[in-house]
Design a binder for this molecule. Sequence first.
Ligand code: BTN
Length: 336
Amino acid sequence: MAKTASEETSRTKLFELLIENPGEVVSSSRVTERLSASRQAVFKAACALRDEGLPVESLPQKGYRLGNMEAVQALAPTAIEYFLRGNPLFNKFLYFQDVDSTQSVIKSLARQDAPAGIVACAEAQNAGRGRRGRSWVGASGKNIVFSVLLRPMLKPGEVQLLNLAAGLAVKETMRAMYGIPAELKWPNDILCRGRKMCGILSEAAGEPDRIYYAVTGIGVNVNMEPDDVPQELREIATSALVESGRILPRWRVLVTLLDNFARYAKMLDTKSGGAELLAVYRRECDTLGKDVKVIQDDEIFTGRATSVTREGALVVKINSEEKIFAAADVQHLRAV
Ligand code: BTN
């Protein structure tokens, strides 16, 4: 049943109160006062939070307490919305159990003139899309798949910069928060020990000299176990759980990733921001300096990746000549 506006407000206010008093029992009278609601309405709000997967304890005659959020795997919308309040760009969160593709959800909103900053996240996609017309599959309820709506001040030829920004955000999140030795493969794959942990897809609509909107979709393999990986992908895919041995709180991975992505995406709104973003990317991209195999359409090239251009294209030195790839599949051959 759809929730009413006042039920939603009670749920949000109850979560606020509990998260602001970590580990404490907040008395029922304090809760009813803060929510301006009856005991019955508070009880209903607590049940609704539990249904989202949040550890809200009701202690008879005492009150309510929030358990350990770090043990929460669920993408609990109320918690995510609360933590996105400080995000300068991504602060509207839409949560779905099952969609065809979160890219399609955001594209349809973009065509209806929705503002930038909406995040559409799903537990499962039945037609998830990858780069170059490939499909994207993932374990339902264990990973993170989402798309965001952006209206950047970029030209169509610069959309690759959004991929670079998103790739930096994922790498930073995995390394800084969980010590996972994530590597960034140009343009935007996140690998661990050579296996893929995350894929990113940016699509845009516009005119030759301006973008109306861009949609960046990110799929991160978070708590997927080895047996969840389809047989044909076992040699090439991995997850944060496989790499760290820990089940991660998906809500926190998402919130942190969106904070980092907002910081990099915002850079693109300033005059010097594109250059700053590229400077960070050139430092962090693990493809640069490596020997690579580049597959473009039906052709294969091998050479040394030397740089990334202003538009985000990869420069590869092949024999003594430099070739620029705007879009291609790259394999790392060996470190130098
Ligand atoms: C790739 O590596 O090929 C890109 C994969 C992008 C997958 C994400 S999951 C969320 C969003 N919805 C989609 O259908 N695709 C992107």
